[in-house]
Ligand binder design. Structure first.
Ligand SMILES: [Zn+2]
Length: 409
């Protein structure tokens, strides 16, 4: 995970402008809730925001140590160090920024869920290891199991520290990653701190599942919404910063649904293998072979061992596959396809299938995705519902453009 500055965040121009405005004015709320899809940069932004809040050179952000060590200036009250260029972001040079870049600043606290059984004994070790990975690997992405949670030992230790003033900076910043993974008593302690008047702690909570965060917490946070990135931006990130080969990057970007984090998690050749298995599932459906389809589904479900996440991924591969069929049909070249390596098959299908029929199938798949995790945007849901009501009268002449990656068919 790269520790960057607000100006270096990928996409999210509105979020960046909003956060920089806060830094420039030096007026912090007690708590912020960064919400939006997983892997779009909420955690990275939270740390970038914390770095700006702790930077010594942002005007008005005088630190205790600076005040203590300030030497009399020849020109009266001239600042000890020049402010950053615009005063609304971390300078990335001062002592504080050096520490926050390595996640070693005493006034920057990070809480994140830990996978594995709920035992507390190994939690410290796991936290240490994870922090080290975050420092060493600029492409580190958090991945944890279903039951992962923020442990009691983590919040207890933090609570002890909150009783004291910040050590070095004018404020303390606590970043709580995936804050929906806490227990009731942890939320109560958090709430108490958020409600404290004249607090010196700024909380930055992130979540991809805001509905699971207690309403009492949500209502006391300033909400900051993160959107999925464009497929083109994810592709640029993969081939640029992440150094993923073009062909794989294209598949990953198409599959990532606007989430660089998700694209990174799928890296390593596995994506192509899974895709081929998923597409094989689709063959009996496309040829109307009911017994073959039933067998394929049984094999795929593996006696109920196949989880939601795998089902979702398979359906996403189907969506991309059919989307490519449409693209080919409308004359797109190989460089515009997610699955350019299977262009010949796509061309054969495109010649055989009716475009309206392909769209109908895409809608069915979208609906299935929604019923699996409800992660598709509301406007898409509504549009899809109306389209199904319209049925065969949906023409193919004009199809509305849509901002999200999944919706250019
Ligand atoms: Zn700085």
């Amino acid at each position: 995970m790269a520790t960057v500055t607000l100006s270096q965040l990928l996409g999210q121009p509105e979020v960046t402008a909003f956060l920089r405005g806060i830094v420039a004015r030096q007026r912090y709320a007690n708590a912020y809730l960064f919400h939006g899809p997983a892997g779009v940069g909420k955690g990275t932004a939270a740390i970038a925001f914390a770095r700006a809040a702790l930077c010594e050179r942002v005007p008005g952000a005088a630190t205790f140590t600076q005040r203590g060590q300030a030497e009399p200036s020849l020109f009266g009250d001239a600042p000890a160090s020049p402010p950053g260029p615009a005063g609304d972001d971390a300078c990335d040079e001062c002592a504080s920024c050096t520490k926050t870049a390595r996640l070693l600043h005493v006034d920057l606290k990070l809480l994140f869920p830990i996978s594995g059984p709920g035992g507390e004994s190994d939690a410290d070790e796991t936290v240490g290891e994870t922090l080290q990975q975050m420092r060493d690997d600029p492409l580190f992405t958090f991945q944890y199991d279903k039951a992962a949670s923020i442990r009691l030992s983590q919040t207890r230790e933090l609570q002890r520290e909150l009783a004291f003033r910040p050590y070095e900076a004018a404020r303390r910043v606590v970043v709580v990653r995936d804050c929906d993974r806490m227990r009731e008593d942890q939320y109560s302690a958090l709430l108490k701190s958020i409600e404290e008047p004249a607090a010196t702690t700024v909380w930055v909570l992130t979540t991809a599942r805001p509905a699971r965060v207690p309403a009492t917490i949500r209502s006391r946070c300033q909400r900051v919404r993160f959107a999925p990135l464009s497929e083109a931006l994810v592709l640029r990130f993969l081939t640029g910063r992440a150094g993923v080969p073009e062909r794989e990057a294209r598949v990953l970007a198409a599959l990532a649904g606007g989430s660089p984090g998700r694209a990174l998690a799928l890296r390593g050749g596995e994506a192509l293998k899974r895709r081929d298995a998923a597409i094989a599932l689709l063959a009996p459906a496309l040829s109307g072979d009911a017994p073959g389809m039933w067998q394929a589904v049984q094999r795929f479900m593996n006696f109920g061992r196949t989880g939601r996440e795998e089902m979702r991924r398979a359906i996403e591969y189907h969506l991309l596959w059919l989307r490519d069929v449409l693209r080919v049909r409308y004359g797109a070249g190989g460089d515009l396809l997610a699955f350019a390596d299977r262009e010949q098959e796509l061309r054969a299908l495109a010649a055989r299938l009716d475009a309206v029929e392909v769209r109908r199938r895409l809608m069915v798949l979208e609906e299935a995705l929604r019923s699996i995790d409800g992660n598709v945007s509301a406007d898409l849901t509504f549009f899809s519902t109306l389209s199904r009501v319209a049925g065969s009268r949906m023409g193919e002449g004009r199809w509305p453009a849509h901002g999200t990656a999944r919706w250019d068919y």
